[in-house]
Write a protein of this length. Structure first.
Length: 448
């Protein structure tokens, strides 16, 4: 089902080549953090290029419920009048984070060290996802949590009245957990230290420093040791949100697999903690080039050009690259189906706790379209059928998962027969203009 309505079945089909420019929306991770850190600063933060997807809108509403003023000025321009670190008011309603793991986990961290109580819920997908990974470290600050069995939402958090700083090693590669601990550390006295064994996206560290917090990073044998000095006064910022590489992945991969295509996706951030997919595609032999390489806001940015690539080969994706492309495995598995040989994805068990079990969802949908796959708990293998070789013709269940929905839409552009999804509604959580943007390139997408 879509977030609040009836399912929206959609079908995509092979047509002419995809050509032209695809201007994808703002980065989802940076958009959430802009609103949350804006709400914790003293004064007015201005944000342009905010992703106006449902996930981010839900975070904006939550920040209002905690007392910040969040104003939409139109055209992707927003402002947030923050209440300062420790200044959150107790919300009078339940906080509904919809479909968003990032939203709920970061907001839990942000309120966990204030003397207030808040109850969180979400849609059927979010209410099935594990929250213990966040409430365990938050308990070390003194935060109490009361959720459903297995640490599931709906859940009430009672913020710590006298928080103590924490030293915590994140047990799984998760930027959401890292970020929740750092945000909680903002209102604890002294230094909060988070250690991650594998690098995950570093937007929280960069943005906290941008808002004036003291954050240091030491690369040690233990891993990345991030130290945050507590109780800073965060200074409001002017933020231009870069375009989202995770959204860019869809028109890029569509351009690679749809016959005759040549697609330009301008202005995509290539922060190394996010860009693993593009390296992987190049290793597979994709005709993917980075044009007009430049720096914007301290981050590498390029225009991505993807041309139809009929000689891509399956590879072993290095497991240590997983965190830098974690949301891109579903669409990579579509490209893998259109390459020759086997693509082996190891170290990917985190995919099983996203909006859906993404290994299972992709495996079942690919099989329905005539592709052979193998899987175990931590591994996904796709047997490629070569360019134009995927039969298609299946209906794929999307399980309230936007990335599964968009991935199968991309498969339809390359398969011999149309590919149908049972619900495209969730696409609006991260990429509300997906359908129009793809149609603008010449793609054939229809609603039943
Ligand atoms: O911190 C973030 O903004 C995100 C972190 C990742 O989740 P995990 O931290 O659970 O890996 C990613 O899948 C999600 O889309 C966004
Ligand atoms: C995993 C994702 O998001 P979240 O965890 O925020 O729901 C995603 O966007 O692919």
């Amino acid at each position: 089902m879509s977030a609040h309505g009836e399912p929206i079945p959609m079908t995509s089909a092979k047509g002419g080549p995809l050509t032209g420019e695809a201007h994808v929306p703002g980065d989802k991770s940076i958009s959430h953090r802009s609103l949350i850190l804006g709400a914790m600063a003293v004064g007015e933060t201005r944000v342009s290029g905010l992703l106006e997807g449902q996930d981010v809108l839900d975070t904006g509403r939550a920040m209002q419920a905690f007392g910040a003023e969040v104003v939409n000025h139109g055209g992707g321009n927003w402002s947030v009048h923050g209440v300062g670190v420790g200044g959150f008011a107790e919300p009078s309603q339940v906080i509904d984070c919809g479909n968003s793991g990032t939203g709920v986990r970061l907001i839990m961290g942000a309120m966990a060290t204030s003397p207030i109580t808040a109850t969180f819920t979400g849609d059927a997908s979010l209410n099935g996802r594990p929250m213990g990974r966040v409430t365990d470290p938050l308990a070390l600050f003194g935060t109490q949590s009361y959720g459903r069995k297995g640490g599931r939402l709906p859940m009430t958090l009672v913020g710590a009245k006298s928080p103590v700083p924490v030293r915590y090693t994140v047990p799984m590669p998760s930027a959401q957990v890292k970020s929740a601990v750092l945000l909680a550390g903002l209102n604890a006295p002294g230094d909060t230290v988070v250690i991650e064994k594998e690098a995950t996206r570093d937007h929280s560290e960069r943005m906290l420093a941008g808002f004036g917090a003291t954050v240091t990073l030491d690369e040690t044998r233990e891993g990345r040791v991030i130290t945050l000095s507590g109780q800073p006064e965060l200074k409001p910022q002017t933020i231009t949100v870069p375009r989202d590489p995770s959204s860019a992945a869809f028109p890029v991969c569509a351009g690679l697999v749809a016959e005759g295509s040549d697609v330009l996706v301008p202005g995509i951030g290539l922060n190394p903690t996010r860009a693993g997919l593009f390296t992987t595609l190049q290793e597979m032999g994709a005709d993917l080039t980075f044009e007009n390489m430049r720096e914007e806001g301290g981050e590498p940015v390029a225009d991505l050009r993807a041309r139809f690539s009929d000689t891509m080969k399956g590879i072993e994706v290095p497991p240590e690259r997983a965190a830098s492309m974690i949301d891109e495995y579903p669409v990579l598995s579509v490209v893998a189906a259109c390459a020759t040989g086997k693509t082996v994805m190891r170290g990917v068990k985190e995919l099983r706790v996203k909006e859906s079990d993404r290994i299972d969802a992709m495996a079942r949908g690919l099989e329905a379209c005539g592709v052979t796959v193998e899987e175990d708990e931590d591994t996904f293998i796709v047997h490629g059928m070569g360019a134009g070789g995927v039969p298609g013709g299946g209906t794929c269940a999307t399980h309230l998962d936007h990335r599964i929905a968009m991935s199968f839409m991309v498969l339809g552009f390359a398969a011999q027969r149309p590919v149908r999804i049972d619900d495209g509604g969730p696409i609006a959580t991260s990429f509300p203009i997906f359908e129009d943007l793809m149609r603008g390139l010449g793609a054939h997408i229809s609603r039943d």
